[in-house]
Design a protein around this ligand. Structure first.
Ligand code: BDR
Ligand code: CA
Length: 314
């Protein structure tokens, strides 16, 4: 199985990304790091631990990373995820109980670097929030760069955005971090809105996941109820797109996500387009390809992987 670190900002869909990484037989979840994004870092750091606690995953270290972007102010997304970042279910206290999931005293950079250095093979990183922590890792710990197998990131879009007309939230929050990661030369895959908008939580999908019947699936169903309601209110999308686990699926089940090798750049300077991802699908720029970009999703197969993972958790 592929050793993986998940860097996230939970967030409803981030929780499903964590569960897919923790439960899927093709992956070995080694560590989790958190970033300020959907909500401030205090919330995302608690929520990542709630996700693991609910799933009965109590042996994976979780460390907090950057509270905000490298060189901008943090903008959050409470209107989708609620004030605490996981609107809907009642949240257990991850520091309480017989098997708590405590925050690792190390910061995200240190936990990532230690994990990568100690692993017997190169480690994949899946980032499902603003990609600040990964950029900071590459900036501050270049010694571990050649032990990173690849980076898969949920963010960006080959088409339109979801926070400005052309920028997706994770890209828009910290475009400088994305730019730094893209320049690293490490294999990079972007999983943008153009594919995550095919991972729609229809009533049939909700039923299918709930039918897994585990405690994790039941908690997940409460998350999905809230997430679909806010997506209906904000985007007029009652079948909420479950973005983040699609990035994990790229590693867990490559068959379910189609990718192309192309040129990917991020806008840092535009007056209206900061954070827009420029994906040269038609080769108009004649620049060297520098990234893999997801363009298709086998949704049925994707939900099957998620249900499989949920069934292997508590
Ligand atoms: C991304 O933004 C966040 O709200 C989601 O968790 C996802 O990572 C979608 O634009
Ligand atoms: Ca996210």
């Amino acid at each position: 199985s592929i050793p993986v670190i998940v860097d996230c900002d939970p967030g409803h869909d981030d929780v499903f990304a964590l569960w897919l990484a923790a439960g899927h037989p093709a992956l070995d979840l080694l560590a989790v790091t958190t970033v300020g994004g959907n909500v401030p870092i205090e919330h995302t750091s608690r929520n990542a631990r709630v996700a693991l606690l609910v799933a009965g995953v109590t042996d994976v270290p979780v460390a907090a990373g950057a509270p905000g972007p490298m060189s901008r102010e943090l903008s959050t997304a409470e209107w989708i995820h609620g004030e605490n970042g996981l609107g809907g279910p009642e949240l257990p206290d991850p520091d309480a109980g017989d098997a708590p999931v405590r925050l690792d005293p190390r910061g995200a950079t240190e936990l990532m670097a230690d994990t990568i250095a100690a692993a017997s093979e190169p480690v994949a990183i899946v980032a499902t929030g603003p990609i600040t922590n990964v950029a900071v890792l590459l900036r501050d710990r270049p010694d571990v760069a050649d032990r990173i197998r690849e980076i898969v990131w949920m963010g960006g879009s080959t088409g339109r955005g979801n926070v400005t007309p052309y920028a997706e939230f994770n890209a828009w929050v910290d475009p400088e971090a994305l730019d730094l990661v893209l320049r690293s030369g490490i294999r990079f895959t972007m999983v943008g809105l153009n594919v995550t908008h095919r991972a729609l939580v229809t009533p049939a999908v909700r039923e299918r996941l709930a039918a897994v019947g585990t405690r994790t699936a039941a908690f997940g169903d409460e998350l999905l109820e809230y997430f679909c309601r806010t997506n209906a209110e904000v985007f007029d999308l009652p079948d909420g797109p479950l973005h983040d686990p699609v990035a994990v699926a790229v590693l867990a089940d490559p068959e379910s996500v189609g990718v192309v090798h192309t040129r990917l750049d991020v806008e840092l300077l535009g007056t209206e387009t900061v954070g827009a991802t420029s994906v040269d699908l038609d080769g108009m720029l004649a620049r060297e390809p520098n990234a893999w970009v997801a363009t298709t999703l086998d949704a049925d197969r994707f939900w099957q992987q998620l249900a499989l993972a949920l069934g292997r958790l508590a």
